[in-house]
Ligand binder design. Structure first.
Ligand code: 2P0
Length: 325
């Protein structure tokens, strides 16, 4: 049987997802809002093969580790159950990310897997159904089914926790500059464990969950009114609030390195000098800067000079996940 190949873009949340209401269904505790990035693409091929006794999973050209393989097989089981089949699959996946970017992405990975695996199993799911399915693999993957700006609904059951695109003419103006912080950074906490640990132990977790709906409303208003400054302000504020809740866990979850703080300071200086620049950080030390087409080159050059930054990439908005060819 021929394989099906799909591509999906990674996304960066402007209003973050950090915490679950239900681990079994992977329901988020709150909504989120993201921008898909064209520069960060995962390509995944799924080939169903009746001769296989078990799924064969290869990531970046190497057999997947036990934990990753189990997570992919659990996801494929959902697809097989839905399609009424039991055939095992050969899965190969590559991140077409800038070299040594240090940006692993479960979002683009599970979105590409959802699209390729459903098609290989003979299912034709509409995008909303694909986003619900991708969520079961990874919460942020629900957003990577769509391009541009995307809102994820918290939902209170499986069918209500889906993503959908948000139309805004700001999409033509925005860019993201990714500043990679490298050089001997110890392995960070995986976001799945870290968000559970934050929810269980941080005195600021409840405040974080209560904050998100207000930040989502502000971000959606900014998109509707084409107000980049308002979008940027809520983006930086929301990232700092997410990290504050994580830092206050016991023990604290601290992703930042000295260069992360230097980048945050540099972004503030750029802003004081009249540039469009707002920072956001995820489950790692890297800093992503929301900016404009006009300012992106200047910002990338400025951030490349910050000590501890090993690479910078400029990305435009990405499109939806799709089957190749
Ligand atoms: C986000 N992150 O909204 C946030 C901000 C990381 C920091 O979504 O457990 O890998 O697989 O649902 O999707 C990372 O969380 O977590 C994430 P699971 P996921 O982009």
């Amino acid at each position: 049987m021929p394989g099906v190949t799909a591509r999906a873009c990674a996304n960066i949340a402007l209003v973050k997802y950090w915490g679950k209401r239900d681990a079994a269904l992977n329901l988020p505790a709150a909504g989120s809002l993201s921008l898909a990035l064209a520069a960060l693409v995962t390509e995944t091929c799924v080939e169903l093969d009746p001769a296989l006794g078990a799924d064969l999973i290869e990531l970046e050209g190497k057999p997947a580790g036990a934990t990753e393989a189990a997570r992919v097989t659990t996801f494929l089981d959902l697809v097989r159950e839905r399609a009424g089949i039991t055939t095992r699959a050969r899965v190969t996946s590559f991140n077409r990310f800038p070299t040594a970017s240090g940006l692993a992405s479960s979002a683009s990975g599970f979105a590409a897997l959802a699209v390729a695996a459903t098609r290989a199993a003979g299912l034709e799911l509409p995008p909303r159904e694909l986003s619900i399915l991708a969520r079961r693999g990874s919460g942020s993957a629900a957003r990577s089914i769509f391009g541009g700006f995307v809102r994820m609904h918290a939902g209170n059951d499986d069918e209500a926790a889906y993503a959908e695109p948000i139309t805004s003419s700001l999409i033509d103006r925005v860019r993201m500059v990714i500043a990679i912080v490298g050089g001997g950074v110890p392995k960070t906490h995986g976001s799945r464990d870290a968000m559970d640990h934050t929810a269980a132990t941080s005195p600021f977790y409840r405040a974080w969950v209560d904050l998100v709906p207000r930040d989502l409303a502000a971000a959606e208003h900014a998109l509707a009114t084409r107000d980049l400054v308002a979008l940027g302000e809520v983006t930086e504020h929301n990232a700092l609030a997410m990290h504050a809740s994580a830092i206050a866990a016991r023990p604290g979850v601290l992703y930042w390195r000295p260069a992360t703080l230097a980048l945050l300071a540099a972004v503030r200086t750029l802003r004081q000098n009249g540039r469009a620049a707002w920072a956001t950080m995820d489950a790692g030390p890297h800093v992503k800067v929301l900016t404009t087409v006009d300012d992106a080159d200047h910002i990338a050059r400025a951030l490349a000079n910050v000590e501890g930054v090993t690479a910078t990439t400029i990305s435009g908005p990405g499109g939806p996940a799709y089957v190749v060819g």
